[in-house]
Unconditional design. Sequence first.
Lengths: 202, 202
Amino acid sequence: MVTDPNKATRKPRADSLRNRERLLAAAAEIFRAGGPEASLEAVARRAEVGIGTLYRHFPTREALFEAVYRREVEQLAELAEALAGSEPPFRALRLWLHAGVRLTATKRGMLTALKLAIDKSSEIYAFSSAQLTRAIDLLLRRASAAGEVRGDVEPEDVLQALVGLSLMGRQEDWETNVIRLVDIFVDGLRAPVPLPPDALAG
Amino acid sequence: MVTDPNKATRKPRADSLRNRERLLAAAAEIFRAGGPEASLEAVARRAEVGIGTLYRHFPTREALFEAVYRREVEQLAELAEALAGSEPPFRALRLWLHAGVRLTATKRGMLTALKLAIDKSSEIYAFSSAQLTRAIDLLLRRASAAGEVRGDVEPEDVLQALVGLSLMGRQEDWETNVIRLVDIFVDGLRAPVPLPPDALAG
DNA sequence: CAATTATACGGAGGCACCCTCCGTTTTCAA
DNA sequence: TTGAAAACGGAGGGTGCCTCCGTATAATTG
């Protein structure tokens, strides 16, 4: 019954670590296939772990998502820096958005997860949002400094547009189509003063 | 046991009609509050009918959505004609899209329902899609004929953009924000040849 | 190498929802 | 009035969610 705060923590148990890993792998597969509403009991089953163990490691569905998708988001964020270092500003922005679309295509459910996260204002949203916003900010600033896009657009806007547009596609020509929409949007970003005042008024 | 095809059908039962009506009213309330995943048993409870009755009238969740939201979609479609008759082309397109955003704001769940419908490729999607596509087509053609927007954009693209952008907003300044994004998108539609060839190449 | 103790495990249990099936009730019409 | 067609309601079987706690096991201590 020694509760000494100095040497309090002991080494984490091996089975705990192992099970956490199993759960993450299982969750990745299950969510990939079944979307973000897939059964958590199915995840536990696939991981060959009791349902209680799942809930101990990840108290909420969102916690599981956070762990599973954190890496994917980080990779996308890193891509921004790579592109900023190797491509001209406007093109870098455009290419990054395309990559964002493609990530969605491959990893079905990630953006759906994001949307779900938004509804619940959960942790993963804050994280992804920050990562991706930073990525976009980098590209946007650069393009703006080069005079290639308007200065009055926030990274958050672009992220919302990317997510929103990506989330909708459904037909077979899905990806091509979304990329077209993203391009149109990016075109809209270009001109500093795209509309003469009277176009709005009449 | 007379199965005479001539006078086959008899008058629909009064209780059936009444219950259908009750269910639609209840569903509108429940879905409005709880989103498209709300409990169908709750709908039956609020309508004060058995769950079996609900399923007989609306075999699937989507069938219920279809009935509930058909009217809303029809109204939005009618607005397109009104605007086409009273506003200059580009402005009409823009204003209609704004109305689409606002409808989302008011009737939370309609677009979510649409998205859900897309996933299941259900009936309401075909209907809404047709209605709204027709509405957009009207406005787009008109603006295109007047030389105010590109000619290579399909109404489906614009609908997808509207739905996608609208679906994402979350902060307090939600509506304003989405409208800004829609405007940027519309700006992107304007110029016939928005990008010089070398802008893409580097 | 025990013995001890902090940790983690598993799954039963209680609740809600989904949807089907069918005995009972109501309505229509002859 | 009466019988059949049509509709009703809800029990029942399945699944998922999440909590709780008795049992098992890994790390530490002697």
